[in-house]
Design a protein around this ligand. Structure first.
Ligand code: GLV
Ligand code: MG
Length: 327
């Protein structure tokens, strides 16, 4: 019996993004150091981590870092400035013309509606055609950072086949809704419940509806790994695919929390094998089967595909083998 190679619909084309490392595009030391960290994704930032006076220079530093650095094993993303600034088009032209062959996605911050995604999509298509790149290969990551973006999140997630992720941006979001807190990612005092639950679930529903990934944004208390673990653990428990990391200490925690445990991964693989066996001729074409004391059916298979897909994307190896029951 061989393990099923099937994955949940769409999961196979999604990249691992358990840890998404923010790297200021204007800082050569960080651009260098990021290459050696075990983050699934890096995003080289032209937006809030770059002061206005260095944005122009940072565009060229990012192009150089993408073309000459060793980013193997990582999804390479550049965050451009949002469409309400005057920087966006030049960010996109300089970075994609200069390093499009070594770039996986553009991250667009403060997205408010589908038109903003479509504008970026059109620009990317023109640059890809001009440069002779494969049209449509470069993806888009959309950050939801204000009330309007959240209200329109469904149309944003559906705005372009290039969309790969919907990202919650808590810092800008907290400011935009007048939340009474200055500690990004932590609960505002005086509420007594999870103030982010609705926002996270709204983003997650849009992402799952349109088969894209849901990513949680930054936790700014970089010297508080336990606080990071708690906040990241909440997003992971809901079903988010990953979280931003701002510090090397946050990378391993995110990779751990957004991967299934070995036990869950093994169990999921066993469910897939048992289901494949029971629905085959050898298993009598049955729609359900027993795996130990557990009855499994098509719904169990779907849940197992999610865990298995995340584990396989994270490079996990199973430690158990399925043996069909003897009749
Ligand atoms: C990220 O961009 C945030 O605003 O939290
Ligand atoms: Mg932001």
């Amino acid at each position: 019996m061989t393990a099923s190679n099937e994955t949940a619909e769409g999961v196979s084309r999604l990249r691992p993004r358990r840890s998404c490392l923010a790297v200021p595009g204007s800082n050569p030391r960080f651009l260098e150091k990021a290459q050696g960290l075990a983050a699934d994704q890096v995003f080289l930032d032209l937006e809030d981590a770059c002061a206005p006076g260095v944005k122009e220079k940072a565009r060229h530093m990012i192009v150089d870092a993408l073309n000459t650095g060793d980013w193997s094993g990582k999804t390479r993303v550049v965050r451009v400035n949002d469409w309400t600034t005057h920087w966006t088009y030049r960010d996109v032209v300089t970075v994609v013309e200069g390093a499009g062959a070594n770039l996986d996605c553009i991250m667009l911050p403060k997205v408010q509606d589908a038109a903003q995604v479509q504008a970026l999509d059109l620009m990317l298509t023109q640059i890809e055609k001009t440069m002779g790149f494969e049209v449509g290969r470069i993806g888009i990551e959309a950050q939801i950072e204000n009330a309007k973006g959240l209200v329109n999140v469904d149309e944003i997630a559906a705005a372009s086949p290039r969309i790969e992720t919907i990202i919650f941006g808590p810092a800008d979001f907290m400011a935009s809704i007048n939340m009474k807190s200055l500690v990004v990612g932590e609960q505002p005092p005086g509420y007594g419940a999870d103030a982010y639950h609705y926002i996270l679930m709204r983003i997650l529903m849009a992402a799952r509806t349109h088969d894209v990934q849901a990513i949680d944004g930054p936790y700014l208390q970089v010297r508080n790994p336990e606080g990071f673990r708690e906040v990241a653990g909440r997003a992971a428990a809901l079903g988010f695919d990953g979280k931003w990391v701002l510090h090397p200490d946050q990378v391993a925690i995110a990779n751990e929390l957004f991967s299934p445990s070995q036990e869950d991964f093994d169990h999921a693989e066993m469910i897939l094998d048992a289901y494949e066996w029971c629905t085959s001729e050898a298993g009598g074409f049955k729609g359900s089967a027993m795996l130990g004391d557990e009855m499994i059916d098509e719904a169990s298979r779907k849940m197992a595909l999610v865990i298995s897909g995340k584990g396989r994307a994270a490079g996990m190896q199973r430690t158990t083998t399925f043996t069909p029951p003897q009749s």
